[in-house]
Design a protein around this ligand. Structure first.
Ligand code: GAR
Length: 217
C-alpha cells in the first residue's frame, strides 16, 4: 500500500526535519517523506536532506514579488509532488490565509513554546525573562493566525535557575524531536481529528511526551 506523502518545509538547520526523516525511515511508520522544500538557498537542512536521499526543492522567496506569488509557487510544487500532508519545521515564513485554508487539517507546525504562551520569535529568551518554571514545545495545525491553530501535542520541560536561552532551548529541542514524529503519526493514522477548532485524540497514548521531563543528572 502506498503511504501518504509528506512535505517538510524548512528555512534553516533542519534538526526537526531530520527527526521526521529518521522516524519515517522505520518500516512501520505510516507516511513517507516525499520532499523537503526550503525558501532559502543557504538552508543547511537542504544538504542534510540530500544526504538522507530525500528529494529537495528550493523556492526562493526573494524571487517572488509578494507573499501571494510565493504561496502560489509553493502550492504548485506541493500539488506537483502529490503531497498529502505538510510539516513546517523551522519554516520562518508567514503563509497567507488563502494558502493555510487550502491546507487546513493537512498542515502542522512545531513551535518552541507551550502555546498559547510565547507565540512568535525568541521564545526561550522571553520564557527566561518572564521567570516561568515550565517551558516546552507544541505541535499544532496551521491556521491563518500565526502560532494559534488547534494543538495536537505538547511537551513540557523545567526551567532551571542556571538556564541560558541556549541551555533551555536545547532542552526544549530534544523534546521537539520526540513529539513531532509522534504528532505526525497521530495525524496520518487519523487518530487526531479536528472537531470545532480543537483536536480530539481517539486514544490515550500521550503519556511519555506530555509529562514534564526531569532535569538531567
Ligand atoms: C525549532 O526550534 C522550531 O521549533 C522553531 O525553529 C527551530 C528550527 O530548528 N520554529 C519556530 O520558531 C517557528 N515559529 P530546526 O531547523 O533545527 O528544526
Amino acid at each position: 500500500m502506498t503511504r501518504p506523502r509528506v512535505a517538510i518545509l524548512i528555512s534553516g538547520r533542519g534538526s526537526n526535519m531530520m527527526s521526521l526523516i529518521e522516524a519515517a525511515a522505520a518500516p512501520d511508520f505510516p507516511a513517507e517523506i516525499a520532499v523537503v522544500i526550503s525558501n532559502r538557498p543557504d538552508a543547511h537542512g537542504l544538504a542534510r536532506a540530500q544526504a538522507a536521499n530525500i528529494p529537495t526543492r528550493m523556492i526562493d522567496h526573494k524571487a517572488h514579488a509578494d507573499r501571494a506569488g510565493f504561496d502560489a509557487a509553493l502550492h504548485a510544487v506541493l500539488v506537483e509532488e502529490q503531497v498529502d500532508l505538510v510539516c513546517l519545521a523551522g519554516f520562518m515564513r508567514l503563509l497567507m490565509a488563502d494558502f493555510t485554508q487550502k491546507w487546513y487539517g493537512r498542515m502542522i507546525n512545531i513551535h518552541p513554546a507551550l502555546l498559547p504562551s510565547f507565540k512568535g520569535l525568541h521564545t526561550h529568551e522571553r520564557a527566561l525573562a518572564e521567570g516561568v518554571r515550565i517551558h516546552g514545545c507544541t505541535v499544532h495545525f496551521v491556521t491563518p493566525e500565526m502560532d494559534v491553530g488547534p494543538i495536537l501535542m505538547q511537551a513540557a520541560v523545567p526551567v532551571l535557575d542556571a538556564d541560558t536561552p541556549d541551555t533551555l532551548g536545547a532542552r526544549v529541542l530534544a523534546q521537539e524531536h520526540v513529539i513531532y514524529p509522534a504528532a505526525l503519526r497521530l495525524v496520518v493514522e487519523r487518530r487526531a481529528t479536528l472537531r470545532e477548532g480543537r483536536v480530539v485524540i481517539d486514544e490515550f497514548m500521550l503519556a511519555p511526551p506530555a509529562l514534564v521531563v526531569p532535569p538531567a543528572g
